[in-house]
Design a protein around this ligand. Structure first.
Ligand code: 5AD
Ligand code: SF4
Length: 451
């Protein structure tokens, strides 16, 4: 565990638990919350009954995530009853919605602090105040203000780290709540990112994942002419760093220059996550995505031409308002043509405040469910075929530690972001190794270490 904690055991003030919902952005924010808590003298615990501080970092991208959060907050009441000194905090995307904060205030008075996505750097102050103030402390900002100070992180891994490069999103896809809760795009200065990565490398990190809702917009808000490709070139120079990943890119903004940069740099991984959302031109327009099916497929073609071994993954929404059987058939067609290595598939979820939520022809739950199943079945066959084609090949794997399912085996990832379970002794965590693949399923590769 990478712990920026200078406290000796005797100084432990208590225990904390963070519970995170949603994307990597939230995971990374939770690492910062944990970093703050460790600096304050708290230690992590997995047992809720032992915790003195519990923080829920929430997601509102789909209704399911929100329901889970409400369920969890409700269940924390009994812990507060057992331990009246317990401090409960809720933060993240859900808290940027006024009606949610109102509901928490009215129905969940056992919550001590509520804050949003723009002021997690205020967490140390809020924590101090919440200890003194008996009622729910609420501090949610509309936008990021001023300079955003860096917070210490408590990373889950010694060898991998997330690095935020751009906050917010300006795209306003019509189904998506993110621009409303994460605010406008704001890029971090190149020098801050480079020095953060250099520091991480000094601490033993070998792989960084650059984070942003739309990394391709990086630098567009600067006066200087700097873009995402330039940032990748800078980071590629850092000695001791082995791999660079990034999440998420927008197909509309994926330039040929960027493809060339990725092909020509040493460390940037050949994994492209390009959310298509739908294959139908009509629906793509309604979604405000800014590309057509043909443009998307050309992008896939260009990537494969330059990097035949690259992996391409995607996000797809089924049941967007007005989606007909013909529209859905277009999505299936693109999935067959693009042959994604992997797809994250979702049923459309109505998010109040977004334009799509107001659209007339909402699709029934049964239709969404049936389409999702057909899509998942198709993708699982393609993922399986793609992975089978790697059997017998030797791939470069970055060791990530023991396999969760089988502690006698090790787990790692290929440059293309595929999970590999392999036979070997431990001690290869954080190392680049060669593994010969001998078996594959839709989701996982299995192999043996090549001596
Ligand atoms: N309903 C379903 N899926 C959604 N996503 C974003 N908003 C919604 C919504 N309202 C999906 C998109 C996005 C991923 C992170 O979540 O596919 O790429
Ligand atoms: Fe949401 Fe679209 Fe922005 Fe992605 S690009 S966060 S889907 S609005």
């Amino acid at each position: 565990m990478a712990e920026n904690n200078q406290n000796e055991d005797k100084n432990i003030k208590g225990f904390y638990r963070t519970i995170t919902y949603g994307c990597q952005m939230n995971e990374h924010d939770s690492e910062k919350l944990a970093g703050v808590l460790q600096n304050e003298g708290y230690q992590p615990t997995t047992e809720l009954e032992k915790a003195d501080i519990i923080v829920l970092n929430t997601c509102c991208v789909r209704e399911n995530a929100e329901l889970k959060v409400y369920g969890k907050v409700g269940s924390l009441k009994e812990y507060k009853r057992e331990n009246p000194d317990l401090l409960i905090g809720i933060c993240g995307c859900m808290m940027q919605q006024e009606e949610v904060v109102q509901e928490i205030k009215e129905k969940y008075s056992h919550v001590d602090m509520v804050f949003g996505t723009h002021n997690i750097h205020e967490f140390p102050r809020l924590l101090k105040e919440a200890k003194e103030v008996p009622k729910t402390l609420i501090d949610v900002w509309e936008e990021k203000e001023g300079l955003i100070p860096d917070l210490p992180s408590r990373r889950e891994s010694d060898h991998k780290a997330w690095v935020t490069i751009i906050y917010g999103c300006n795209n306003f896809c019509t189904y998506c709540i993110v621009p409303y809760v994460r605010g406008r795009e704001k890029s971090r200065p190149v020098k801050d990112i480079v020095s953060e990565v250099e520091k991480l490398v000094e601490e033993g990190v070998k792989e960084v994942t650059l984070l942003g809702q739309n990394v391709n917009s990086y630098g567009h808000d600067f006066d200087k002419n700097i873009d995402f490709a330039d940032l990748l070139k800078e980071l590629d120079q850092i000695k001791g760093l082995a791999r660079i990943r990034y999440m998420t890119s927008h197909p509309r903004d994926f330039t040929n220059d960027l493809i060339d940069t990725i092909a020509n740099t040493e460390k940037v991984c050949q994994h492209f996550h390009l959310p298509i959302q739908s294959g139908s031109d009509r629906i793509l327009k309604e979604m405000n995505r800014g590309y057509s099916q043909t443009e998307y497929l050309n992008l896939v073609k260009n990537i494969r031409k330059k990097m035949p071994d690259a992996a391409i993954s995607t996000d797809i929404i089924v049941g967007f308002p007005g989606e007909t059987e013909e529209d859905f058939a277009e999505t299936l067609k693109v999935v067959k043509e693009a042959r994604f290595d992997m797809a994250y598939t979702f049923k459309y979820s109505q998010r109040s405040g977004t334009p799509a939520a107001e659209m007339k022809e909402q699709i029934t739950e049964e239709v969404k469910k049936a389409r999702l199943q057909r899509l998942m079945d198709l993708q699982s066959t393609i993922s399986d075929e793609k992975n089978q084609s790697l059997v017998g090949k030797t791939v470069e794997v970055f060791g990530e530690g023991e396999s969760k399912k089988d502690e006698d085996k090790q787990m790692g990832r290929t440059r293309t972001n595929k999970i590999v379970i392999f036979n070997s002794d431990s001690g290869l965590t954080g190392e680049l190794i060669s593994v010969k693949i001998n078996k594959a399923t839709s989701w996982t590769l299995f192999g043996d270490l090549v001596k």
